[in-house]
Design a protein around this ligand. Structure first.
Ligand code: HPA
Length: 287
């Protein structure tokens, strides 16, 4: 069975469970950021383990299930938890869920993550929209034969494609308005992705800063690349869960990342609830 067929089988399995929901907006929730899924009504919950070919997360804090339903009335499909390459998953496995979202008809995704703050002005728990990224993982999920059938619209699914606006300008504006309505500011940053699992050294963080990065993390970038290949619009939101290595006197730990995530997930949930409804309305109006 080809990879394309596996994606299709997983999508068909989920479509059957979701009844007539047909969400155009997808959300991926990162480490300790899962609580917005509790606000979903008419929720259909599917653990990753039940979905054919779907990779399952092994990291604590990434619960690993799909929550499909309505958020503020808008149809949405949420991935609560994701898999990372440091768990041993191949690039194809890491991006499998994003392919499935695309095949289900999702036209825009909100990717959230926990990130280390390289910019010294960032406060712990601050939310930042991703304006651009630097792929420092050492791999690209699209290496290998191109599969044009993943192109969902005209001019997508190409071997080579543009990444100048990988993170949608208009979705960033919507996120900023949503945050303003929640009474919080939302700066923009540049997210640099490493493979992990070790955190960075202070020298690496200094190097990344000179490269123009303001955030560092171990996810999101492969998902964004695959989403853009399919023609899906991307909004990225990072939660600064810790100061990057060398910027704090305390050693980095997964517990700190997880705990800070816990502290801000309510705020993030407020922003997500608004922005998902607005994106859904925007896409509806364009139909
Ligand atoms: N580095 C890499 N990934 C991370 C960090 C970090 O400091 N914090 C959360 N995810």
């Amino acid at each position: 069975m080809t990879y394309f067929d596996q994606v299709n089988e997983a999508a068909q399995f989920l479509r059957a469970k979701m009844d007539r929901l047909a969400p155009t907006v997808g959300v991926v929730l990162g480490s300790g950021l899962g609580s917005v899924a509790n606000a979903v009504t008419e929720a259909v919950i599917v653990p990753y383990g039940e979905i054919p070919h779907f990779p399952q997360s092994t990291v604590e804090g990434h619960s690993g299930r799909i929550v499909a339903g309505r958020l503020g009335g808008a149809p949405v499909i949420i991935m609560q938890g994701r898999v990372h390459s440091y768990e041993g998953y191949s690039p194809a496995e890491v991006t499998f869920p994003m392919r499935v979202l695309g095949m289900l008809g999702v036209q825009a995704v909100v990717l959230t993550n926990a990130a280390g703050g390289i910019d010294e002005n960032y406060q712990l728990g601050q939310l930042i929209t991703i304006a651009d990224h630097i792929n420092f993982m050492g791999w690209n999920p699209l290496v290998g034969p191109n599969e044009p059938r993943f192109g969902l619209r005209k001019g997508t699914g190409l071997r080579f494609f543009d990444m100048t606006e990988a993170y949608s300008e208009r979705l960033r504006r919507l996120a900023q308005q949503a945050a303003a309505d929640e009474g919080i500011s939302l700066d923009e940053g540049v997210y640099l992705a490493v493979s992990g699992p070790s955190f960075e050294t202070p020298a690496e963080i200094r190097a990344f800063r000179t490269m123009g990065a303001t955030l560092v993390g171990m996810s999101t970038v492969p998902e964004t690349i695959v989403a853009r290949h399919m023609g899906i619009e991307v909004l990225g939101i990072s939660c600064v869960t810790n100061k990057a290595a060398g910027l704090s006197t305390t050693p980095l730990s997964h517990e700190e990342v997880f705990e800070t995530g816990r502290l801000v997930e309510r705020r993030l949930a407020g922003v997500l609830e608004r922005v998902v409804v607005w994106i859904s309305t925007l896409l509806e109006a364009e139909r």
